[in-house]
Design a protein around this ligand. Structure first.
Ligand SMILES: [Zn+2]
Length: 379
């Protein structure tokens, strides 16, 4: 049966244009975007007053639970299809010792398409506090590369937490190992920045075009702004040479003021991500939609906000080759239907800075390869 999403405003993220059109889904694919009208027998979804976008991608979450470990991870569907998100990237919850269980714990039990970055720390994030990659014997280059070679379809890159909270004094060496694993497998490296050591300048120097910096606009000491509130030269250089800027809200890693200042000085947010896990779900991240709303509030256009959860992360992670990120005719029918609701909605960043949004993004429905899911989790 055909589905016709009728009368919505279609977000063409490739052309950067919003246009009134019908979107037709059939056989799990997008078969037309245009003025074709419903026929008898079609299922019609009234999208008037709503936006039709490529399925949203959350490029930084934690959804891998390993039976052996106490865990801070969430079930993928709770923050995936139930919040209108079509694809999730688990960023480093699993390492070489644990990632073979990812299909059993995630793919077999959840409906949201889910991918992973492998942690250079072999245990992954076992939910027992920091230290998972704090010593050489916990980081194996060969085991990491071999794990990617075993699961090339869903391990999209490598993750390192270059922060004293997670890697102790070993962060810079762990980052070098992770970069090498990325190089040997032709995949991007995602670097978590946070508390020093290592200092951010040294970390940024190791990053190559296509690598991803996450938690970029946190409010901790030693981030991307200088003492004089200007852009750190090493960060500007990294952006100029093609390092991808990811938001990674999380529990303690997004600060309105840092982000606003960086945007004011011309710095980008390429991908908006929530870093949802048990410790950030109730407060302050809550959902990808709410994180998007925060970016709208500090001045990102709706088109740029939607690009930052569709084509940009799809391109950075190679998910465009798997049919994510656009509404191109013939591609898999991964579609998010959403609207902008009138506020007010009170928002808080990780520093407990409160702002009031006059409008907020509300996903209504998501299709995964043509199969519909209603949004029923808190946003
Ligand atoms: Zn994270």
């Amino acid at each position: 049966m055909r589905t016709v999403i009728q009368g919505g405003t279609v977000m063409d993220v490739i052309e950067g244009a919003a246009l009134r059109a019908n979107v037709i889904l059939e056989g799990g694919k997008i078969t037309a975007v245009g003025d074709e009208q419903p026929q008898e027998g079609d299922q019609v979804v009234d999208a008037q007053g709503c936006y039709v976008a490529p399925g949203f991608i959350d490029s930084h979450v934690h959804i891998f639970s390993h039976g052996l470990f106490q865990t801070t991870r969430l079930p993928a569907d709770r923050i995936g299809v139930r919040q209108g998100v079509a694809a999730l990237l688990d960023t480093g919850s699993a390492g070489a010792l644990t990632i073979d269980a990812f299909p059993e714990y995630v793919h077999a039990t959840q409906r949201t398409p889910s991918y992973a970055l492998i942690n250079i720390g072999s245990p992954g994030l076992p939910g027992l506090g920091g230290g998972h990659a704090s010593r050489p014997e916990l980081c194996s280059l060969s085991a990491t590369v071999k794990a990617i070679e075993r699961h090339p379809d869903w391990i999209l890159g490598v993750k390192v937490l270059a922060s004293a909270s997670h890697t102790g004094a070993f962060g810079l060496e762990a980052t070098k190992l992770a970069r090498k694993a990325a190089e040997l497998t032709g995949r991007p490296l995602m670097v978590h920045v946070g508390n020093a050591p290592p200092v951010i300048d040294d970390v940024l120097e190791l990053m190559r075009p296509g690598d991803i910096i996450t938690h970029t606009y946190h409010g901790k000491v030693g981030g991307v702004l200088t003492h004089g509130d200007e852009i750190l030269p090493a960060f500007r250089d990294a952006v100029d040479r093609g390092v991808v800027v990811d938001l990674g809200h999380g529990r303690s890693s997004f600060c309105f003021r840092t982000c606003e200042r960086a945007l004011e000085l011309g710095m980008p947010v390429h991908s908006i991500s929530s870093d949802l896990h048990r410790g950030s779900l109730d407060f302050p991240a809550v959902s990808l939609a709410r994180t998007m709303t925060k970016m709208r509030l500090i001045g990102m256009s709706l088109m740029d906000t939607v690009k930052a959860v569709t084509i940009n992360p799809a391109h950075a992670l190679g998910l465009d080759a798997k049919g994510f990120g656009s509404l191109a005719e013939g591609s898999p029918a991964h579609v998010t239907l959403f609207r902008e609701r009138e506020g007010p909605l009170e928002l808080e960043d990780a520093e407990r800075d409160k702002r009031t949004a006059e409008r907020w993004i509300e996903p209504i429905k998501v299709w995964i390869a043509g199969e519909p899911f209603e949004v029923d989790a808190p946003l």
